[in-house]
Design a protein around this ligand. Structure first.
Ligand code: AMP
Length: 223
């Protein structure tokens, strides 16, 4: 079967990161989050991190060339794997064109899954979101919702809140999503490589919908 890249598309807070983690665990596949790579670069004060920091704090996108190079490096490094999960990339039409070109040369078939949630629900979700800096688990309900006294229920590390999960930055990120990323729905729809799932409901329910789509694609490829 052809190698595949699964693109998780959707507004900030739709659950892309949570689904990427669940899918990576279930399929033993690499998952690449450009946002996570960038946050690590910011923390390490690398040149890339310094270039990205202000834009990320303001809820803007970093330049296409920076994220395209991150993706090129990782996709080539993960070359032999049957499935790669992309969380938060591509986010502009120009990134999608870059990815399609790269995927074509690497023999990788892309499929975009759009996780759809209303803006109003997203603002509430994002302001309640706390992240584990050690294992990456996303906690959706404030620092005490799942962990004990602000600790991750999976690995025990102290949870942190992302600096861009503040209401004013969240609104900017949503606007950026509608202006620059939403057009990708049409981009992939025109290529018949787009499926939407309803992003309301529990992570397990949404995970079930995504797994069904992947299995359907597997069966179609076998025929
Ligand atoms: P995320 O963790 O996916 O919400 O990304 C956090 C931030 O990282 C975004 O608001 C952008 O500033 C930056 N970022 C992540 N992925 C991309 C991308 N594909 N293109 C441009 N900027 C990105």
């Amino acid at each position: 079967m052809a190698k595949r890249a699964l693109i998780l598309l959707g507004p900030p807070g739709a659950g892309k990161g949570t689904q990427a983690r669940m899918l990576a665990a279930r399929t033993e596949s690499p998952s690449i989050s450009t946002g996570e790579v960038l946050r690590q670069e910011v923390q390490r004060h690398t040149e890339l991190g310094e270039r990205a920091r202000k834009l990320m704090e303001a809820g803007e996108l970093v330049p296409d060339g920076l994220v395209n190079e991150i993706i090129r490096g990782r996709i080539v490094a993960d070359g032999g794997r049957p499935l790669t999960i992309l969380d938060g990339y591509p986010r502009t039409v120009s990134q999608a064109e870059f990815l399609e070109d790269l995927a074509g040369r690497e023999g990788i078939q892309t499929l975009a899954i759009g996780i759809m949630v209303d803006d109003e629900a997203l603002v509430g979700r994002l302001s309640r979101r706390w992240n584990c800096p050690r294992c990456g688990k996303i906690h959706n309900g404030g620092p005490d919702a799942e962990g004990e006294h602000g600790r991750c229920d999976e690995c025990g590390a102290t949870l942190i809140q992302r600096s861009d999960d503040r209401p004013e930055v969240i609104r900017e990120r949503l606007q950026v999503y509608h202006r620059l990323t939403q057009p990708l729905i049409d981009f992939y729809r025109r290529r018949e490589r787009y499926v939407a799932v309803d992003g309301e409901g529990t992570p397990e329910r949404i995970f079930g919908l995504i797994v069904d789509i992947l299995e359907k694609q597997d069966r179609a490829a076998e025929v």
